[in-house]
Design a protein around this ligand. Structure first.
Ligand SMILES: NC(=O)c1ccc[n+]([C@@H]2O[C@H](COP(=O)([O-])OP(=O)(O)OC[C@H]3O[C@@H](n4cnc5c(N)ncnc54)[C@H](O)[C@@H]3O)[C@@H](O)[C@H]2O)c1
Length: 255
């Protein structure tokens, strides 16, 4: 049997958060290149529009939006349906990381900021998307982003971030079980260290080299090295995978 690289992705409708981030951007470009249509969500309107203008295929949709007001999530999904007719795949990369020097310097605001974006918004947008996927009767894919921190627990001042990412793994498993009868699969991608603005925040070159030295493959991931796994999870090749957390860490963690 010929191996179909598009694997059902052509013409699929994708809602992608964090679309102009390091990893999100590569995911958007990759979906565009296989003929999917992408509704790109991120905070900065100019950046979202520039991304959509750059993408192959389409037409795509620029949706500047801060994911925190969860009351707006249903309307966000409706805009995708109005533009594309269906919603087939939700990919949630939007997240923030606040690194503090130690656990003792993590404030309540730090906790709420990271939980509101990384975990709370991810749950409610998944809920809004799943409602739509259930009602359209064709199933769907939800792909969440966790982090190696879900497993390690983070370090010092990044424990609050790690807790949001632990929540993503638990939530992914619970949603996978709950939504399976509606033919909606839910999986998580778990990057190790990826060379993006988030990874570099608060890290100097020596700290970055220290991270690279712990990785068996010897270097941080390029953001594009995450995109293929997201496409795979959205494709026909992954139609029997649900509740999984895919470790993409160059061997930094092994599980
Ligand atoms: N870079 C890494 O090493 C690494 C490691 C583990 C996990 N991750 C995860 O991968 C995902 C992508 O990370 P990245 O490295 O590309 O980060 P990034 O900072 O480059 O991109 C994150 C994007 O999310 C957007 N965003 C933040 N808050 C938002 C909000 N309230 N509403 C809408 N958009 C918002 C940002 O504007 C940004 O474009 C994240 O979930 C992150 O936790 C990254």
């Amino acid at each position: 049997m010929a191996f179909d690289l598009e694997a059902g992705l052509q013409g699929k409708s994708v809602l992608l958060t964090g679309a102009t981030g390091g990893i999100g951007r590569e995911v958007a470009l990759a979906f565009g290149s296989v003929g999917a249509r992408v509704a790109a969500v991120d905070i900065d309107a100019d950046r979202v529009t520039a991304l959509v203008d750059e993408m192959e295929g389409g037409p795509h949709l620029a949706l500047p939006y801060d994911v925190r007001p969860v009351a707006g999530h249903t309307a966000l999904v409706e805009q995708v349906i109005d533009a594309f007719g269906t919603l087939d795949i939700l990919v949630q990369t939007a997240a923030v990381l606040v690194r503090r020097p130690s656990v003792f310097e993590v404030s309540e605001d730090d906790w709420d900021f990271q939980h509101d974006i990384n975990l709370k918004a991810s749950f409610f947008l998944a809920q809004a998307a799943a409602r739509c996927m259930r009602d359209q009767g064709t199933g769907g894919r939800i792909i969440n982003f966790t982090s190696q921190g879900w497993q390690s627990g983070g370090y010092g001042g990044s424990v609050a971030y790690a807790a949001t990412k632990g929540g993503i793994v638990s939530m992914t498993r619970g949603l996978a079980r709950s939504l399976a009868p509606d033919k909606i699969t839910v999986n998580a991608v778990s990057p190790g260290a990826v060379d993006t603005a988030m990874m570099r925040s608060g890290m100097d070159d020596a700290a970055m080299a220290g991270v690279a030295a712990q990785i068996p493959l010897g270097h941080l991931a390029k953001p594009s090295q995450l995109a293929g796994t997201v496409l795979f999870l959205g494709s026909d090749h992954a139609d029997y995978i649900t509740g999984a957390t895919i470790n993409i860490s160059g061997g930094w963690l092994m599980y």
